[in-house]
Design a protein around this ligand. Structure first.
Ligand SMILES: [Zn+2]
Length: 230
């Protein structure tokens, strides 16, 4: 399909950043997953304590399969923790559990970027599927207007990865504060939690950068086509 040298110029930096961020988060997860926390709290217990302090003690916490599949779903108000987090009493488990609890706190306090992100999810799903078809159609039929609509639809995905940044950074800030205030971590452990959550934050930066570069590539394709027609 539309593969030319500039495709690689736009795609490779984002891809490399993604791979680097992934390996960093996996490295941090492995490192801090092997260090037990002083209080011997599992991820589930950590989440429960953090949530209780925030007045969300009755929120369901369930165990799900996989590695780093942890998430909070605002639709069913449930905290899902992966096996390695739910029942292990490591620094990594504590960090991840507190981070997901941070999302639950965002939801409970009506944190605007989270509300905005949830609101655009259906449009993003539609945009990234249909946008690509519209874009290719516009390019094949040499219709710049159609192709620009495709670019616009695809841009929704980039907006999503952008608004994910404050949501994720804020959840980690809430996690660190909550662990410190509840006295669940020592100074050294807090540093480990920071390290783990900072590594995770880079994966979201990489997703945004990669999505932005893809968008710029599409813009350059359609811009080039519009230029040629004039
Ligand atoms: Zn998160």
């Amino acid at each position: 399909m539309y593969i030319n040298p500039s495709y690689f110029i736009f795609m490779i930096p984002g891809l490399l950043l993604m791979l680097w961020a992934q390996s960093r988060v996996q490295g941090a997860y492995k490192k801090y997953g092997a260090i037990p926390n002083t209080l011997g709290l599992t991820g589930a217990q950590t989440a429960h304590q953090v949530l209780q302090t925030a007045g969300l003690g009755n929120l369901p916490i369930k165990e799900i399969p996989g590695d780093l599949t942890d998430h909070y779903d605002p639709r069913d108000k449930t905290l899902s923790l992966s096996q390695g987090v739910y029942s292990r009493a490591s620094i990594a488990a504590m960090a991840v559990a507190a981070h997901e609890s941070g999302h639950a706190m965002q939801d409970a306090t009506g944190y605007t970027p989270l509300k905005f992100r949830s609101a655009i999810v259906p449009a993003v799903g539609f945009g990234s599927n249909v946008g690509y078809i519209v874009l290719i159609g516009g390019l094949l039929l040499q219709q710049p207007t159609v192709a620009w609509i495709g670019v616009g639809l695809f841009a929704l995905a980039t907006v999503f990865t952008l608004v994910t940044l404050p949501v994720e950074f804020n959840a980690s800030t809430r996690a660190k504060d909550a662990l410190r205030r509840a006295g669940l971590v020592t100074v050294d452990e807090a540093r480990g939690v920071d390290d783990m959550l900072n590594a995770a934050a880079w994966t979201y930066v990489a997703s945004f950068a990669s999505s932005l570069m893809t968008l710029l590539y599409y813009i350059s394709l359609v811009g080039g086509m519009s230029g040629r027609r004039r």
